[in-house]
Write a protein that binds this ligand. Sequence first.
Ligand code: NAP
Length: 454
Amino acid sequence: MKVVLVGFRGTGKTSVGRILANRLRVPFYDTDALVERRAGMPIPEIFRQYGEAHFRALEREVIASLRTAEGVIGTGGGAVCDPANVADLRRHGTVFLLSAAPEVIHERIAGSDRPGLTDLPPAEEVRTLLAQRKNAYLGAADACIYTGTRTPAGVAETILRQIRGEAGLFPAERRERDGLLGKFGLETVREMIERDPGLLVCGIAGNPCAHSKSPLLYNRLFAHFGMHYHYTRFEWPDAGVIVRLANLLPTKGLSVTIPFKTDVMGHLDETDDHAAAIGAVNTVVRCGGRMYGHNTDWLGVRAPLAHRQGARAVVLGAGGAAAAAVYALVSLDMDVTVLSRTPDAAQRLAERFGCLWGRLEEFKGVDADVVVHATPVGMEPDTRSLLAPGDLERGTTVFDLVYTPPETPLIRAAREAGCETIPGTEMFVHQATEQFRLITGIAVSPALVREMLA
Ligand code: NAP
């Protein structure tokens, strides 16, 4: 058994960890203490003599050495900011995030000899670092426990109950969960979590979503990283019902697809600034019973086009994917024109981001270095393309967001015209790397995602 405690300094990781290890009769590893032993000096001295980077390198070595350890591991407050640490901590382990309000943390660590990590006054430093590390903490954790005014023994007891599978649902909630699982056709998920109380669940929320490659990708990644997770499909016509079911299951994250990317926002506890600006959520992280919405679609458009910074771009279409594309292109300082068969929709989208707009027929009149296609035209079984080779200039970069078939009619036309082409699978790959990191805290390379999808 490997139980890992993460969280900010002053959240009780060491005291809770010692009690837990004692109760479970397993060793307790305190990574800060192991770093001190390795360096032969206390942490303030490591910082004074060699700086934070050296401390982080030692911490990385210590955590890597505990990859296959059995016992309770208490980590330093910043350990999860390095995704490589998270991959090692998560391998065959269960990660608990201990959390507390900034004021509580500040009070608990006042008078400590630990060096500050910024030039800010202590209370301000706690608030700033907590905000900076928020996604890393929420991603790295399997469960979150608020330690606020609770004693270390009380927190340890809660963790023990969760490990033993005793912290379940009320009978009425269990009936509701089982009823919904039956309606969704997910009896196998019920059997899996009943057989195995430590199993965590993720899934794709959509209608339809039978075609999605996410279950294949995620389940392969979970196996690759030794994570005790199962990824399923939540296919139902109502986003609210899907969110309710996710809340009744040990859910860690959701991928959100058509038609719920906007609807789902009304059912979440928080939405980040990028998702709010785009007006769509495609990623939900659940931790401590709260749901956090993000958008990684725009990063899936941005990464493959990063080499075209400052270019003139045209986006074809004005729906959800187009909004993420426009947001991505504007973030790359591109001059963007939105063209759509419904000019009002093009105008609404363009005006939100200070761009130009027009009808699809106006394409020829717009000088573009980059074309992003964001309509379903050309998606199997459709064999049409909005543009012919003669519409395109050699050297233009054409990114077709449609990814079935792998080579769309537009990509074929663009290749014929001598354009640089980027297939829609690249958007999927790059958005998925970001989504996996938000949900699990582990960084995967686009190459690994491509390999897992093959
Ligand atoms: P959406 O919100 O329904 O928007 C579709 C857009 O396409 C609208 O502007 C719509 O115009 C336009 N459109 C639909 N049919 C058209 C036609 N026959 N001719 C011209 N324009 C047409 O859909 P979405 O979520 O943005 O998705 C758009 C495409 O992006 C889909 O093919 C989807 O598979 C792809 N996508 C790919 C990824 C990826 O990872 N690669 C991720 C997300 C989406 P009206 O307003 O006039 O209907």
